[in-house]
Design a protein around this ligand. Sequence first.
Ligand code: SAM
Ligand code: SF4
Ligand code: F3S
Length: 486
Amino acid sequence: MYFCRLNYLKNMELMDLGAKEHDELRQGEAFLPFKNDPNLYKKHFFIESYGCAMNFADSEVVASILQEQGFGATKDLAQADLILLNTCSVREKAEQTIRKRLTEFRKYKEKKNGLLVGVLGCMAERLKSKLLEEEKLVDMVIGPDAYRSLPILIEEAETGQKAVNVLLSRDETYADIAPIRLDSNSVSAFVSIMRGCNNMCSFCVVPFTRGRERSRDAHSIYAESVDLFEKGYKEITLLGQNVDSYYWMDEPNAHSVTFAELLEKIALISPLLRVRFSTSHPKDITDDVLHTIAKYDNICNYIHLPVQSGNNRILQLMNRTYTREWYKAKVDRIREIIPDCGISTDIISGFCTETEEDHQDTIEIMQYSKYDYAYMYFYSERPGTLASKRFEDDVPEEIKKKRLQEIVDIQYHLSLNSNKNDVGKTFRILVDGESKKDNRFWKGRNDQNKVAVFEKKEFGIKMGDYVYVKINDCTKGTLLGAFVRF
Ligand code: SAM
Ligand code: SF4
Ligand code: F3S
């Protein structure tokens, strides 16, 4: 959600894009949460983030580290002394986007002596110092576990040397760093609860770019969430590549914390704080988690449950470690314990050796699961992954795209039907902004993560308010309604 969201859970807008590669759209500029006094900071940084929510959350850690060093954020490239791109490697297209963006910085480099360009995140980790050879304009390459070394690397780069740190860590979680919220609507925020991934899905580059899975100290997650709530935030999304395998040992008290327990602890901060999470691996989400969601009204009834494929042979080649039968049973269990739960997914078309019959199994599992939304991609071979080593990328691109289009078309109808079923119902919406299409309308999301818009009129509503909205119409991406009451 894999999602985003990014701005956050802009994910709802991204979901609307269907199969369109949305990495470019996930970029976000620093929003200047810093004091806007040009004399307050000796230098300025510009940061742009791509990829998943975890990258956006990391950029907020980076902003915090840089502020400590006297850097202020700027949205103006011309004002920047340091340009940072926090990058994604998940598909080839994501990396192409970064390379294109880098070329656009050349003119700023030419104009401003000493301007530094740094590449952070997954592409930095994947390509390491090779990136410096390939992209001459880049001064610094910094992997996701090396952000604490930014001040030293900047100093090094200021002397004219190229600076690189791509060491992965087994224990870095940045638990003690208070992120500075960038691009924030002051309503929703991300809280990272773990880093890395141990799953080794054969198509996926993430275990190589993010390293081993590790869970963050539960006390620091709690403290960050309380702090956000006290600052007026109304919604937090707990983030990890595989949140259901969260496990933290409180050594002094000889007490372990599971994801279900963490969810409960965060939900108990206040009934006015909405709690979301992403992403769940179908093999790991437990009944305990489902019962915890059902127990607390402020834990949203929404689960992102990536299926990837509906065919058992392909699932095995993907190393997803579940079968279609297991997956369907999980969907049934979710609907049994949380009857009104929204479910979204990720799907890849055209994985190695996928036949037309295999593809039909994916269509069938979509119809069975009745997803509210889906992020849909065609397979993009990533160097170094298990699939790239073991299997031939043998489905022609036009077939991959044709199957993807079918998947998108099916999802269009599933999303539309799901929304049509909501017409006539009243939902509690958390208002998180104005409608992009028409500023006479408020925009917000319901418990199931669906976007709802309604006319502002003279009700005195403001961002961060919870309001009840009666739905009277819909598109496949949006519920359209009218304000009922606070
Ligand atoms: N951890 C999450 C999970 O297990 O589903 C999501 C991780 S990944 C960053 C987000 C999505 O990108 C995946 O669920 C998958 O659908 C897609 N993806 C990953 N590698 C891909 C590849 N090589 N080609 C196409 N899509 C890919
Ligand atoms: Fe990638 Fe699989 Fe880990 Fe998700 S669970 S990040 S798809 S390896
Ligand atoms: Fe996220 Fe892309 Fe890295 S999806 S973990 S930023 S490869």
